[in-house]
Design a protein around this ligand. Structure first.
Ligand code: ASP
Length: 332
């Protein structure tokens, strides 16, 4: 190339280059992804119609204390570098052991006067999942769900098969009467009333950027025996995907199954670019409301940003993250 042609070419390349630089600077500033939290955790203890009469001040103190201590347990574990899977299992076990909630001890009764429990767990990095349904003697169904995920080649085990498997895996087995609480029994007797809250769930993001979600429940008071709700159904009551978010749901399970609620929230983020709050609102406040499906969800996206959305007047919930932000709430 002749020298006299070199100068204009260099000038052209310089302009092109600065043009590219400024374009890429622009791109990165407009597409700025949020700084992720090192870890975050959100949990729920059920949603339903509640007001200051139905949940007295004394009960509010008890619930808030229980939610806060479960939250602390999970946050401590994550701060020490524990996995989101361990955090979700630990938090849900704590809530299952607490008779205030409709999961594990304190579960509601079926139309037959028994307790049948459902639970599931899912890890967002490999889309692995495990669930148990309709179990009657496993002390902590969430641990059984994890065992199904990690130690069997299946995703869901139900009833007697799930119980035998859990016993073989060395899980705590209890007499069915362990789940009995006076409060739930009275509500079953009064009922044929529908108990609308108490299911528990948790979503965690750990310091490796991994999401995990889990849900555990006794179902709905006076449900037909053998009925299985959304809590153990992957994509309905529980979902986790590192690409999008983790979700745990609570509410009228039949609607959450039919509208594939937890997966729908993730799909809106994956395919329609919604942020986690917009996706949760679209599904819970629009789609479910249009068809009369009451309930709520807790979600964390891959940055640890939270959405706690319910179309009912209350949802027991708590959230915390590595920046020390913290919330414990009951009413909407
Ligand atoms: N979703 C649960 C079920 O239908 C109940 C609840 O969350 O209150 O079994």
């Amino acid at each position: 190339m002749k020298n006299h042609m070199l100068l204009p070419l260099l000038a052209f390349l310089f302009v092109l280059n600065t043009g590219c630089n400024s374009l890429s600077e622009k791109t990165s500033s407009t597409d700025a992804t949020p700084e992720p939290y090192a870890y975050a955790l959100v949990l729920h203890g059920g949603a339903g119609s509640m007001n200051f009469q139905s949940v007295t001040e004394e009960q509010q103190v008890k619930y808030k204390h229980s939610l806060d201590s479960a939250l602390q347990l999970g946050l401590d574990l994550l701060r020490e570098g524990g996995s989101s899977l361990d955090a979700v299992e630990t938090v849900i076990r704590c809530l299952e052991d607490n008779p205030l909630f409709n999961a594990g001890k304190g579960a509601v009764f079926t139309s037959e006067g028994k307790n049948e429990l459902d639970a599931s767990i899912m890890t967002g990095w490999d889309l692995n999942a495990g669930a148990v349904a309709g179990v009657t003697n496993i002390k902590n169904p969430i641990t059984a769900a994890r065992a199904v995920m990690e130690k069997s080649e299946h995703v869901m085990l139900a009833g007697h098969g799930a119980e035998v498997f859990s016993e073989q895996e060395g899980l705590d087995i209890v007499a069915p009467s362990y789940f009995y609480t006076q409060k739930r029994f009275e509500s079953y007797q009064r009922s044929k009333e529908k108990e609308k809250h108490g299911t528990v769930g948790c979503v965690a993001l750990d310091s490796k950027g991994n999401l995990c979600a889990g849900t555990s429940t006794g179902g709905m008071t006076n449900k037909k025996y053998g009925r299985i709700g959304d809590a153990p159904i992957i994509g309905a009551g529980t979902y986790a995907n590192n690409k999008t978010c983790g979700v745990s749901a609570t509410g009228h399970g039949e609607f959450f199954i039919r509208w594939a609620v937890a997966h729908d929230i993730s799909a809106l983020m994956e395919y329609r670019d919604y942020d986690v709050e917009a996706a949760a609102k679209e599904v819970v406040e629009k789609k479910l409301v249009e068809v009369g499906g009451s309930g709520g969800v807790i979600c964390l996206d891959r940055f640890g940003r939270v959405a706690m959305i319910t179309n009912t007047s209350g949802m027991f919930r708590a959230y915390g993250n590595s920046e020390g932000e913290r919330l414990v709430a009951i009413f909407k």
